[in-house]
Ligand binder design. Sequence first.
Ligand code: EPZ
Length: 425
Amino acid sequence: MDSFYIVGGNQLNGEVVIGCAKNSILPILAACILVQDDVYLENVPKYSDVIAMTKILSHLGAKIEWKGDDLLLNCKNICLCDVPDELACVVRSSIFTLGPISARLGKAKVAYPGGCDIGIRPIDIHLSGLRHFGCKIIEKNGYIYSDASKLKCADFMLPFASVGATENIMMLASLTDGESRIYNPAKEPEIVDLACFLNACGADISGQGGNVIAINGVKKLHGTKYKAISDRIEAGTFMIATAMCGGEVILKNADINHNQSLICKLRKTTCQIEGDSDNIIVKSHNRPLSFGEVETEIYPGFPTDLQAPICSLASICDGYSIIIENLFESRFKHVGELLKMGCDIRIKNGVAFIRGKEKIFGASVSATDLRGGASLVLAGLVADGYTTVDNIKYIDRGYYNFEDKLSSLGANIKRIKCEKKVDNC
Ligand code: EPZ
């Protein structure tokens, strides 16, 4: 498997363009199953999770064509309703196809999803939501079977504001006759983006981003041309990298409104941050002070996807920091790797206690999941000496051209391709 070779100590200066949001594009790809016309998606980064989702759509019978960075899809001739294990197990977002296939074809057979190993990640809210709309759901032999021949509009209260479950239910309801409501939905910008995409295809959805999403089901959805929002987690990762390395970085195609919880923490470290809905400017000229405490929450709270990257920042801040992970029960796997670099972190009951060090040291470390892998790269950028990060296939799931973007800002990082023949890759 490929790895990154990083020599620490360089500042980051210049401009970088943030890509479109992975966690928008993945549900939007699933939503294309509902549409019987051409859908043209602009600026789609080739995240490996996106490639995996296009393979699922192709399996179902969709026509997929890359046009440079744009993606042309047509799901008119979708005829299969099953997503086999070998395709579903690659990504968490495969479960997002359950609602759309059920609504479009009247039945579905989808294997359990995969995704980063950051917790148990059940799908009970997805299933109870679809059942509420009349889907007869049976779980058997690792598959979810859905009979959606008798769908009915409904009001559904999520017991927890699950992002994926909100998306699955919203997609099913958009083609379910009558008026439905989703109470306690997730409010992430990616939820709003999916609703905007569906409305661009002729759906009738309102209230997205608020406490109640209202959906008037329509008979059919038409094609559209669409560009997903900017990836706030990639933008946040680059903001944290700049705070750690020092320098002045302009993030193009980044919306400052989507990262307010992170920005208020970074400003506490003496980082200067300003911007608007298109660009963010980050300036850092001193060793960052500790931001104090971070607790991951549903949006607009501090995003769990930036918990690992901010652990790396805390590891070199001047002072003590506390990081509480509330969303996923196994999302501190990167800490074991950071300890190899001389970081001073203790974990107790889902809380990381971190004493910032003036110096950490390069080491050979391994990515354990997508955002944990990114946190190791950030630590390598400031460590004394060189760091190798293995298993970067995890990083490729959600960062596209990561090393090229960092290099363009002055980082000393390169990808080491693993020759197929060597066994120990
Ligand atoms: C989405 O995952 C994102 N993935 C995750 O990003 C992100 O961390 C997460 O939302 C939270 O923001 C995609 O959008 C593809 P959830 P999802 O359902 O939908 C529990 C990344 O790094 N839960 O909001 O799986 C669950 O166990 C990835 O880009 C249930 O109990 O997240 C967790 O504790 C990682 N039952 C909490 O809710 C369910 O049916 C949040 O999960 C569903 C979820």
